[in-house]
Design a protein around this ligand. Structure first.
Ligand code: FAD
Ligand code: DLZ
Ligand code: SF4
Length: 507
């Protein structure tokens, strides 16, 4: 009996469920670089290069470990261009009795795989993706018991389940959450460790050339390229983070500085999401650093919450709510994505910086994605479909299971508050407090109205006023509506006119 074991581009773990019990001498492992996956959105060039290089390295490691790997290169003359086509090709080439694949990360791919059995007339087994710490079934059970979902309670249950930072039934340090100690504004003289730079090897160089030739119209810069592309290199990134950045991760989690795209973040999402790193090993490494007194609790807890809490929570919501989740548009927002999201050509310095960082690195850290790029998309009423498309293609860590809930749920509140309890909306003063962007901006953050005013200031109030019917009952916004109601009619009219003028000028 020969089993075809399909390993997708974001399943690069030797412990992946599709490889469990594999007969190394007999089974065929299929990995394929295909046109359909590289172009279903026009991924950032660096994302394609990263994934193709990581796939090639992983295939080599599997071969060295004794597996029979059928690897389709992008430019192979008989490449059929789709995952299904490649599976069909393998079934014709080898005497395959059964296909095994691990549950994919995207609904779109799952739908396709669910048709393979009928097309191939072979048994197709879809195994659970055991790399996640909360299964889809477990999350569904958790969600069913609650009238509204909140990440914080999910996260506490996960801490208890895996006994992470726990003393008996209680959280270490007596609190579940150290946010109050985190989120400090950046200091101008803040020492900034350099991100981990992995040197280019011949495989990555080949792939970079391929992407430059075959995807010239895709967004983003290919060089400089310093992503890890093997598990060993990804482990070095993790280790460097634990040793050099974790200690101040909490303090500067929300800080932004011009020309400093990496800050004290870990830069491991690329590797976690494609399988080079496992979530639990990252969590345990951080926890151990706390017990070794190498990092303080506020940082360690904050970092663990992102992986054990947010990452699992958004994945749970994605699979619980798809396919309807992709259609959510609570505010009926339909404004086209402005051109500056592609070329960074805007007078708003915060947007210019975050888009330029994204273009160069296929990375922006969380608060840039949330409170600058996302905040603007929310306040300006940009179309959820277009905003989702942008986030899915510009970041090297983007797959729909994690991108869609963050965009639709977290930044756009397009699910009406299923994921988050209130919209993450803010005026310019928040950006000014947490960054140095406003110091080099054509707009004035302290000015509230008129042509020189920071657009976030009037867009914020205009957003609340425009959507009052849908938001007024949200008790977390009560104070803001009271403040708005105390404004004079002239002031309110000024806000409306400024917002109208600014939004009409967007191209
Ligand atoms: P760190 O700040 O060091 O955090 C550590 C890890 O925690 C991350 O690597 C990530 O695995 C996890 N994490 C943190 N926040 C989240 C979150 N909100 N959701 C899921 N995991 C989280 N993350 C992605 O992996 N892919 C995406 O496509 C993606 N799109 C996003 C879109 C928007 C609008 C927003 C607001 C957030 C998005 N995130 C996404 C979450 C987060 O911004 C990135 O995970 C993080 O910036 C990656 O950088 P890092 O590894 O340095 O993270
Ligand atoms: C993102 C991506 C890209 C760019 N290319 C491939 C590819 O050529 N082959 C492949 O198997 N996967 C690729 N991926 C990842 C998939 O598009 C998809 O996101 C995941 O498999 C999740 O279902
Ligand atoms: Fe952004 Fe406003 Fe600050 Fe300019 S003044 S950087 S637009 S927040």
């Amino acid at each position: 009996m020969t089993v075809l074991r399909v390993v997708l581009g974001d399943q690069l773990s030797e412990s992946i469920s599709s490889l469990k019990d594999a007969d190394k001498a007999n089974d065929i492992i299929l990995m394929a670089e295909v046109w359909d996956e590289a172009t279903y959105v026009k991924h950032h060039k660096k994302k394609i290069a990263f994934l193709f290089s990581a796939m090639r390295h992983f295939a080599k490691e599997l071969t060295q470990a004794g597996y029979r790997v059928h690897y389709t290169h992008f430019d192979d003359h008989n490449n059929r261009g789709s995952l299904r086509g490649e599976v069909e090709g393998c079934c014709e080439l080898y005497n395959i009795n059964k296909v095994v694949v691990t549950h994919p990360g995207e609904y779109r791919v799952l739908q396709d795989i669910q048709q393979w059995q009928q097309v191939l007339k072979l048994d197709v087994e879809i195994k659970d993706d055991l790399r996640f710490l909360c299964s889809q079934q477990e999350f569904a059970r958790w969600a069913k018991q609650r009238s509204s979902l909140r990440m914080e309670y999910f996260y506490r249950d996960m801490r208890k389940k895996y006994f992470i930072l726990m003393e008996g039934e209680q959280p270490v340090g007596g609190k579940w959450n150290y946010d109050a100690e985190n989120r400090q504004p950046p200091k101008r003289d803040l020492f900034m460790p350099q991100p981990c730079i992995t040197p280019l090897d011949p495989t990555t160089q080949d792939v970079i050339q391929l992407v430059a030739e075959r995807f010239p119209n895709h967004f983003g810069d290919l060089m400089p390229f310093h992503f890890a592309v093997t598990r060993e290199q990804a482990l070095q990134v993790l280790q460097q983070f634990i040793e050099q950045r974790l200690c101040l991760f909490g303090d500067y989690q929300d800080a932004m500085l011009e020309g400093e795209p990496w800050m004290y973040h870990s830069h491991i999402s690329f590797y976690l999401n494609c399988g080079l790193l496992q979530p639990m090993e990252c969590i345990r490494a951080a926890e151990q650093a706390y017990y070794n007194r190498e990092a303080p609790l506020n940082s360690v807890e904050g970092f663990i919450r992102q992986i054990l809490g947010w990452r699992e929570y958004v994945r749970g919501i994605y699979w619980l709510k798809m396919p309807e989740y992709a259609q959510q548009n609570f505010f009926n927002a339909n404004r086209k994505l402005p051109q500056f999201y592609w070329d960074a050509d805007t007078k708003m310095n915060c947007m210019r910086q975050c888009i330029s960082d994204t273009k160069q690195n296929a990375y922006a850290h969380h608060i840039q994605r949330l409170m600058v790029l996302g905040n603007f998309a929310l306040l300006a009423g940009l179309s959820p479909e277009q905003v989702n498309n942008w986030y899915l293609l510009v970041y090297a860590d983007a797959y729909e299971w994690v991108e869609l809930p963050n965009v639709t749920g977290m930044i756009l509140f397009a699910d009406g508050g299923y994921l988050a309890s209130k919209p993450y909306a803010a005026g310019g003063s928040y950006i000014n407090k947490m960054s140095d962007y406003c110091q080099h901006c054509d707009y004035k953050v302290t000015v509230k109205n008129g042509k020189s005013a920071c657009p976030f200031n009037y867009l914020y109030w205009d957003f609340l006023a425009r959507n009052r019917g849908k938001l007024a009952s949200n008790h977390r916004l009560g104070m803001m509506y009271k403040t708005y109601d105390r404004m004079s009619d002239d002031k309110k009219r000024e806000i409306e006119l400024d917002a109208e003028r600014f939004l009409n000028e967007l191209r």
